[in-house]
Design a protein around this ligand. Structure first.
Ligand code: NAP
Length: 359
């Protein structure tokens, strides 16, 4: 698919997710970064000065970004002059204030923050699962009196490690109950995040708000548009335990699941291996070739070995075995700042461009 280059902005450009956007967009075939915004702490500085000593993305900071000036996030006029849409990697409280102001000003917002995830007229996208939810956008614009602008979000990073593998099975076998324990990397808490003295040699069995998001967001993603709202799916019950562990990147999930029609092991593996979604059909640049990678070694997936699979955009699953309590259990893994954050946001934007919502 041939696409004209679009100018894009990044709100929260200096944070863990913002830096990952900058890294992933360096040679993007459709998007060029032309606007950066962050807090008063960074505003007015060059990007290199603003993140001095805290560049955490892979490789070196891209040369053409180093000298770009960081704006305050309320400089919406400058954003409007320089870009077609923005990625938002703002803290959620700040996102709540500014994302709708950008949308009202005619700038589409593709967000990582939780601020608008539960708004019934805002699509919360994993494009392999619910690309069709973008059909709510014209209703969102009409209800809010917005013209060109809108908000589309991606879900919490914790559920990316297991939701697509469950969805691949749900289509035919209907998932009923899920018990999931996540082991989440420190980068998931942003920078500076969890103090080293709290996490080295430790596991913290609490991440504020994470279990609620892990249990509720999948229901909206599996929901349907009815009237002018996305109605969450009924009849699936999820229980989550979310833990912070001393890994850098990559959220691991141990999952037990029951089904209305219990599949065989071979049927599960075949459903995972053959699963493809809209991003693969459209050949979007950020789409993984195989959204789900099944590994049959007894000790995979492992965080360090598998988090970067297919550009960090695939979910790797393994350790599939019968569960004596529910039907089946497995381990899933995805990269939290790529698939779970910036890479997922870029994939959402590519879908929105391909479907004509961002021009
Ligand atoms: P982070 O490292 O703490 O970065 C936060 C960003 O927000 C920085 O650019 C910061 O700018 C900016 N910011 C903070 N206060 C601000 C203010 N008052 N006005 C304007 N900008 C302000 O956090 P992160 O991990 O990148 O997360 C960003 C968002 O993505 C959050 O909503 C988070 O929940 C979500 N998310 C994160 C992950 C992950 O794996 N980390 C995954 C999925 C979703 P300064 O540098 O100038 O302070």
């Amino acid at each position: 698919m041939k696409q004209q280059q679009l100018h894009v902005g990044i709100l929260g450009a200096t944070g863990m997710v913002g830096q990952q956007y900058i890294h992933l967009l360096e040679n993007h075939p459709w998007f060029t970064v032309t606007f950066l915004a962050a807090s008063e702490r960074s505003a007015g500085k060059t990007f290199a000065d603003a993140v001095a000593g805290r560049w955490h993305a892979q490789g070196d900071m891209p040369q053409k970004i180093r000298n770009m000036r960081v704006h305050t996030v309320d400089d919406i006029r400058a954003a409007k002059e320089s870009c077609s849409f923005v990625f938002s990697a703002l803290d959620s409280e700040i996102a709540k204030i500014y994302e709708s102001q950008y949308a009202r000003a005619g700038i589409p917002v593709v967000s990582n923050a939780s601020a608008h995830r539960q708004d019934p007229d805002v699509p919360m996208l994993i494009p392999e699962i619910n690309a069709d939810h973008i059909a709510i956008i014209p209703l969102q614009q009409r209800q809010r009196g917005w013209n060109k602008g809108f908000i589309a979000v991606k879900p919490n990073c914790s559920l990316q490690s297991y939701l697509t593998p469950l969805y691949a099975l749900h289509q035919k076998y209907r998932v009923k109950q899920v018990i999931v324990s996540t082991m989440q990397a420190v980068s998931g808490a942003g920078h500076p995040g969890v103090a080293s003295l709290d996490i080295i040699d430790n596991v913290v069995p609490f991440i504020n708000g994470e279990e609620e998001k892990t249990e509720q967001e999948p229901l909206k993603i599996w929901g349907q548009i009815e009237g002018n709202a996305i109605i969450p799916s009924q009849g699936i019950c999820i229980a989550a335990h979310c833990n912070r562990v001393p890994t850098l990147n990559g959220h691991l999930a141990c999952v037990s699941v029951s089904f209305a029609n219990k599949p065989t092991k071979e049927e599960i593996i075949s459903a995972w291996k053959s699963f493809r979604g809209m991003p693969q059909e459209l050949k979007l640049p950020m789409a993984p070739e195989h959204p789900i990678i099944y590994r049959d070694e007894p000790d995979r997936p492992q965080v360090r070995l598998d988090r970067d699979a297919d550009k960090g955009m695939a979910t790797t699953v393994g350790r599939l075995r019968e569960c004596p309590v529910l039907d089946w259990r497995f381990v899933g893994l995805s990269h939290n700042t790529i698939r779970g954050a910036a890479g997922g946001g870029i994939l959402n934007a590519e879908l929105l461009v391909a479907k004509g919502f961002i021009l």
